[in-house]
Ligand binder design. Structure first.
Ligand code: SF4
Length: 181
């Protein structure tokens, strides 16, 4: 098997790839569009993969007895188990990648800016945190480049992201070549 010529980046599918948001929309992303020719994207939508459809009632993170749950307020269903099972199975089998570009503010994909509620029907959040997928990505792959898509609109953030992404890929390529010698 040959070494991939471009960096591998896991991306939230709703960013330019699929119309998979809860409301059936796709999100336009200049940063993702720009990278299409330069990286090998691995698109994933955790909410579809764990069994929800499009369109769907939104889900949110709710703090329950000191733990965090993924609740669909319209149906009162708890998708925490399904999401955790998908996240573990996807990340366990992912193999080597160089980075992640994740949709901001999503209870699944978000990192650090996701609203957390005290009740499923609460109007206002009590704080911010990670989405279920985004948080696990940070735990396991925080040493790589993991960035929220909206932050890539900032030129300095984007340049840092790209520099580290291509450096990581070069380093993997160099390790691969030295193993062949
Ligand atoms: S943010 Fe993540 S879970 Fe939500 S639609 Fe996009 S890819 Fe799917």
């Amino acid at each position: 098997m040959s070494f991939p010529s471009r960096p591998k980046v896991v991306v939230s599918s709703c960013l330019e790839f699929d119309s998979c948001r809860y409301d059936g929309q796709r999100v336009s992303s200049p940063a993702v569009l720009h990278l299409m020719e330069h990286v090998e994207f691995i698109p994933v939508c955790p909410e579809l993969e764990m069994g929800l459809g499009v369109p769907r009632d939104p889900i949110r993170i709710v703090s329950v007895r000191g733990g965090l749950c993924l609740i669909q307020p319209a149906t009162s269903k708890d998708f925490t188990g399904e999401m955790k099972a998908f996240v573990d199975s996807f990340l366990d089998s992912l193999g080597e990648v160089d980075g992640f570009i994740l949709k901001n503010r999503s209870p699944s994909c978000g990192i650090g800016d996701v609203k957390i509620f005290s009740r499923a029907d609460a109007e206002l959040p009590t704080g911010l945190g990670d989405g279920f997928f985004g948080g696990e990505v940070m735990k396991r792959f925080g040493h790589l480049v993991v960035e929220a898509e909206d932050r890539l609109n900032d030129i300095e953030v984007r340049e840092r992201f790209l520099a580290k992404l291509f450096a990581l890929h070069r380093s993997r390529l160099s390790d691969y070549n030295s193993r062949l010698r």
